[in-house]
Write a protein that binds this ligand. Structure first.
Ligand SMILES: [Zn+2]
Length: 259
């Protein structure tokens, strides 16, 4: 456990690193190899309909089972991959329920997490996701380093070559960060931020996007930077959620003790 203390020791700072990968593309296996090599963990959100139909270009059930046996988490990314907000609430519920059930049957494991297709969600969908039995849901909201609501889990950085302007618009941290245009450099700075202040550093992406934009070298460089640090917890999304909730309680208790 890392234990840096800020100021008079009111807040215990813990740094957590997690990664997540959407869509279940066959190139996720290359991501998994890289993560294994560097001692990192993560969650692969797969589309239940693709697994069931054994869609070409996507992971098959055996490959997904192997990922689970290697210590990765597998979550649901819906049944059809449709944006849930484009569906009626009843159909959205079907997506949530059916994808969980099919994945649990096919993979013989419990599915805890959901990743909203295209990162799109609203309050009603957050409630629904909880009601049908998920423990958390991941969004694509960037520049997040804390998990405050398990059904609105944000990410820190998206492995995607955003334009400089788009980054500047979204960043609320510091001017120094806003000056960074490369996603991988931004990822490093935000990791330093998490090391200093605690929280969750969460890299999310799609292996097919990494391939399409030829980001493999940058990805390796960034992951090597965050890997193998003393006191940092390298975990799956589910573990990150559980640890964060525990942390919140812990610091609250500590605050009471010191107040
Ligand atoms: Zn997707």
């Amino acid at each position: 456990m890392s234990s840096k203390y800020l100021g008079k020791g009111l807040n215990k700072v813990e740094a957590i690193v997690t990664t997540s990968w959407d869509d279940g593309h066959i190139l996720d296996l290359k991501i998994a190899d890289l993560l294994k090599e560097l001692g990192l963990k993560g969650t692969f959100y797969v589309v239940a309909g693709y697994i069931k139909a054994e869609s070409p270009g996507f992971l098959g059930r055996e490959e997904v089972r192997t990922l689970i046996s290697e210590g990765f988490e597998v979550g649901s990314h819906g049944y059809t991959h449709f944006k849930l907000t484009s569906l009626s609430l009843d159909v959205a519920k079907e997506e949530l329920v059916l994808s969980k059930r099919i994945l649990e049957d096919e993979l013989k494991c419990k599915v805890h997490g959901f990743s909203y297709p295209q990162g799109v969600f609203n309050e009603e969908l957050m409630k629904l996701t909880k009601i049908v039995g998920y423990e958390y849901a991941r969004t694509m909201n960037r520049f997040t380093t804390r998990i405050e609501d398990p059904f609105k889990v944000g990410i820190t950085v998206h492995a995607y070559p955003y334009s400089f302007r788009k980054n500047v618009k979204a960043i609320k941290f510091t001017r120094k960060l806003a000056a960074l245009s490369r996603w991988a450099e931004l990822g490093k700075e935000l990791f330093n931020y998490v090391l200093r202040w605690g929280g969750v550093w969460h890299l999310a992406g799609h292996s097919w996007e990494i391939e399409y934009f030829n980001l493999w070298n940058e990805l390796r460089e960034l992951l090597e930077y965050v890997a193998n640090r003393d006191g940092v917890h390298y975990v799956t999304n589910l573990e990150a959620v559980k640890m964060s909730l525990k942390l919140t309680n812990l610091s609250h208790r500590e605050l009471l003790k010191y107040s």
